[in-house]
Design a protein around this ligand. Structure first.
Ligand code: SF4
Ligand code: SF4
Length: 155
């Protein structure tokens, strides 16, 4: 029948006009990221006084990173990183660094908002990457976390 297509089109337009939008007004409103969402990778901390990095600066993550975006340098005579940087301008969030770490020292968070004005701004240092909580693992491999007072959350 003549005009049936027009009526169908109008029906779709009217339905869309009155239905709830699927988009949100970002950044004023935000969607909840799934628990297993793959965001920024952070360095786990161990409960000592003061808290220390779980990372021993062995360099295995850096050697296995396909994007070559991790730089690790060990502190002289200490199993702690002197330098630990991740270049998030290159990272593809593949999780290989987490999977190969023999010390379970990295954690993938759901944090996904990070901006910068130059490529340099995406290179995050160990101080910026440290978790704001300490990592506690008991004999049954149960993981809990405790907030640490001086945990800096700069990202
Ligand atoms: S593999 Fe783990 S312990 Fe070794 S440098 Fe990387 S994060 Fe640190
Ligand atoms: S998630 Fe992948 S690309 Fe990113 S730092 Fe880890 S190994 Fe490299």
């Amino acid at each position: 029948m003549f005009g049936i297509g027009l009526i169908k089109g109008l029906k779709t337009t009217i339905r869309a006009f009155f239905s709830k939008p699927v988009t949100i007004i970002y950044p004023y409103r935000k969607v909840k990221i799934a628990e297993r969402g793959q965001g920024l990778i952070r360095l786990r901390m161990v409960q000592l006084d003061p808290p220390v990095f779980k990372c021993t600066a062995c360099g295995i993550c850096a050697a296995n990173c396909p994007q070559h975006c991790i730089t690790v340098k060990r502190k002289e005579s200490q199993k702690q990183p002197e330098v630990y940087t991740v270049n998030y301008g290159l990272c593809m969030f593949c999780r290989i660094c987490i999977d190969v770490c023999p010390f379970n020292a990295l954690e993938q968070t759901q944090e996904h908002e990070f901006i910068g004005f130059s490529r340099k701004d995406f290179i995050r240092t160990k101080e910026e990457l440290m978790m704001g909580s300490v990592f506690i693992e008991d004999k049954n491999n149960t993981i809990t976390t405790n907030t640490i007072n001086d945990g800096k959350d700069k990202l």
